[in-house]
Ligand binder design. Structure first.
Ligand code: RFL
Ligand code: PHB
Length: 389
């Protein structure tokens, strides 16, 4: 089999790239290890930057998001009992859209079906070959036999645990990593959200976040030690701990219910450079991971896809490879800015076991500056709603 661009991974990066390329007349094949149902069962990101929203519209998948997504003009940061509102619109003239990654993925699959884009699910042992030659190709196992896919380019959209990044030789690849000493325990429940805006809470007991998916679906998180297991946390224990970490007046309004999903995700910051090696281009979590505190994971995947799709469209349309040549450098410049923001919000909002009273005073002063200083608010709002592409 032959195609122009082989896409490894059918998560949000792979699907969005496939959608934009097919609409520009470029042939793709998406190879995904899991079933479509499995991909659609993952509960992950919830906040879309303006740039991501614009891209989804350009990809022809904006209709349901426009109907069902919720534009948010601000969010709250709390410190013990104090609620600090950051007004995005006033601070920087932008907003974000609350619309779940699961819904984005569902919309992309539906649009891909409509245009007849090619996806192969259930592939195993994907391997990338001859990346530094003019004949790159991919092999994979399916239904008991090995298949070969020849292509011009390979997009590595296979997430943190995929094969693409590891196909770049160790002598070329440089990795930067910071692992945080805690994880997030997340609960999804069919209850009305605590508040109409997101609440990020800094409390001596640890961080908590109140988020949402729609008026009858809430998403909550609490910081937990890495040694905790999901089984250790009953629903009652989760609600009681969550309630203790948010200001009393708000906690009184919390509506609890049975969890319909509960999971623990470790927090890390990770960047792999370069994002291109010969015919291989990495996108999204395959190249970088951010702690979820800044809501940047999915949005960075979208900006990578923006740069890569522009590069491939210029290459096939105008025989101009300048944008492809610049891909790694351009994508990484934006990635590092989001890394800094996610790291700084994580550091400001969490309880670190090694923190001293001095460190906790630093967190308090940073939050007080956000409460009072329009310059600090503007910086936060600009980063949270998304830096320009
Ligand atoms: P994905 O979503 O991981 O998709 C990669 C796809 O590649 C497939 N795959 C392979 N296919 C073929 N062969 C192989 N060898 C393969 N190896 C893997 C996988 O099955 C999968 O379908 O990466 P992508 O597309 O780059 O999208 C990135 C986003 O998913 C990610 O940045 C965010 O979800 C990060 N993230 C969160 N971001 C937020 O902004 N807010 C959150 O609350 C939030 N929660 C999360 C998260 C990521 C998590 N992960 C990755 C463990 C919670 C979790 C648990
Ligand atoms: C979510 O709704 O899952 C969510 C929202 C904001 C974040 C992280 C996760 O910063």
């Amino acid at each position: 089999m032959r195609t122009q661009v082989a896409i490894i991974g059918g998560g949000p990066s792979g699907l969005l790239l496939s959608q934009l390329l097919n609409r520009a007349g470029i042939e793709t094949v998406v190879l995904e290890r899991q079933s479509r149902e499995h991909v659609l069962s993952r509960i992950r990101a919830g906040v879309l930057e303006r740039g991501t929203v614009d891209m989804l519209k350009r990809a022809g998948v904006g209709a349901r998001m426009a109907r069902e997504g919720q534009p948010h003009h601000g969010c709250f940061l709390t410190h013990d009992q104090q609620m600090i509102r950051i007004d995005f619109t006033e601070a920087c003239g932008a907003e974000v859209m609350v619309y779940g990654q699961t819904e984005v993925t569902r919309d992309l699959y539906a649009a891909q079906d409509e245009i007849g884009a090619k996806h192969i699910h259930g592939v195993a042992n994907v391997a990338l070959h001859d990346l530094d030659s003019a004949q790159p190709h991919v092999t994979y196992d399916l239904d008991g036999s090995t298949h070969r896919l020849d292509c011009d380019f390979i997009a590595g959209c296979d997430g943190f645990h995929g094969v693409s990044r590891k196909s770049i030789p160790d002598t070329v690849r440089r990795e930067y990593e910071k692992v945080y000493p805690f994880g997030w325990l997340g609960v999804l429940s069919e209850t009305p959200p605590l508040h109409e805006e997101l609440i990020y809470a800094n409390h001596p007991r640890g961080f908590a976040l109140a988020s949402m998916r729609n008026p009858m679906l809430s998403r909550y998180y609490i910081q937990v030690p890495l040694t905790d297991k999901v089984e250790d946390w009953s629903d009652a224990a989760f609600w009681s701990e969550f309630r203790a970490r948010i200001p009393d007046e708000t906690a009184a309004k919390l509506v609890t219910g049975p969890s319909i999903e509960k999971s623990i995700a470790p927090l890390r910051s990770f960047v792999s450079e370069p994002m291109r090696y010969g015919a291989l281009f990495l996108c999204g979590d395959a190249a970088h991971i951010v702690p979820p505190t800044g809501a940047k994971g999915l949005n960075l995947a979208a900006s990578d896809v923006h740069y890569l799709s522009e590069g491939l469209i210029a290459y096939y349309g105008d025989k101009d490879s300048a944008a492809l040549e610049a891909y790694s450098q351009k994508a990484l410049a934006r990635v590092w800015q989001a890394m800094r923001f996610s790291w700084s919000v994580t550091t400001m909002m969490h309880h670190f076991p090694e923190h001293s009273d001095f460190d906790r005073q630093m967190q308090r002063v940073e939050l007080m500056q956000l409460a009072t200083d329009p310059v600090a608010q503007r910086l936060f709002a600009t980063n949270y709603t998304g830096l320009p592409y």
